[in-house]
Design a protein. Structure first.
Length: 278
């Protein structure tokens, strides 16, 4: 403490009477910030009309229709709650199997896309494959699988699996690239093969993160599986859209309550699991 006080006094004595100015950033950095934020503002201005933001006032028009909708929505009808719970359980099962297949595919994809594990000639095409899987929306994939396997939950499972595999594959590969190289070098020094390096040097480091990422995606898939009901992939989403199309807003409200409770329970469960892993 005495040395710190002495240094502080010395600094004060040396700079007494001087005007200390804050550090300045290079002009090129400032210009980059101006161009970046100016471009974002310009993009917002240009997209104002195409996105019809000027119609936002219509939210406050037709107040009678909105009040009627809200009053009916605030009185949920749980007379058919057993079917709602059954459909919600099916939705969770779709999300569970979709996430499971995605993890199975994402593990090899994660290694093949990691530049510190795989050669460049393999990394580049695998990354483009994952870009494709992430860019194609689950609804589009679900429509394709509906043609192949017909209406039902399987189409939703396969759609979620491919889309989620692209997301998890990228996250898994980034986790592999961020690993500490010293454990891998230690395993390599024993004369181990590449497979042993991955097994004993990489996997122990990434396993907790991979599990956490997978749990997050399961939460997300539980919601995405609901939307897939729009195209006939089964689950509570199909029941939800049928009630909306029939203007049965009391039933719609009850389904939303069931959906919120289920997603909240999944979130609490996954949080408890993640807290024990990390």
């Amino acid at each position: 403490m005495a040395s710190e006080d002495k240094n502080a006094k010395g600094f004060y004595a040396e700079n007494k009477g001087r005007v200390l100015t804050p550090p300045t950033r290079p002009f090129s950095d400032k210009m980059f910030d101006y161009i970046l934020w100016g471009g974002i503002i310009l993009l917002l201005v240009v997209s104002f009309a195409p996105t019809e933001i000027f119609k936002v006032t219509k939210l406050f028009e037709n107040s009678e229709n909105m009040s009627n909708f809200i009053s009916r929505f605030l009185h949920p009808d749980f007379s058919d709650w057993k079917n709602y719970v059954r459909d919600m359980w099916l939705t969770i099962q779709i999300a569970l199997w979709g996430t499971f297949f995605a993890v199975v595919m994402a593990i090899p994809l994660g290694f093949m896309c990691a530049s510190n594990v795989s050669p460049q000639w393999l990394v580049l095409p695998m990354r483009r494959l994952m870009d494709f899987l992430r860019s194609v929306d689950g609804l589009v994939m679900g429509t394709v699988f509906l043609v192949a396997v017909g209406l039902g939950p399987l189409a939703g499972v396969l759609a979620l699996a491919l889309n989620t595999a692209g997301v998890l594959g990228k996250l898994f590969s980034e986790a592999v690239e961020a690993t500490d190289s010293r454990p891998v070098e230690g395993v390599r020094a024993t004369g181990a093969t590449k497979l042993h390096e991955i097994k004993w040097g990489v996997l122990p480091q990434v396993a907790p993160l991979w599990t956490s990422f997978s749990l997050y995606r399961f939460e997300s898939n539980a919601r995405s599986a609901t939307v897939l009901g729009l195209i006939g992939a089964g689950g509570i989403g199909q029941t939800l859209f049928e009630s909306i199309n029939a203007f049965k807003y009391e039933e719609t409200s009850a389904i939303v309550v069931v959906l919120v409770i289920a997603v909240s329970l999944i979130d609490l469960l996954s949080q408890a699991m993640r807290s024990r892993l990390l």
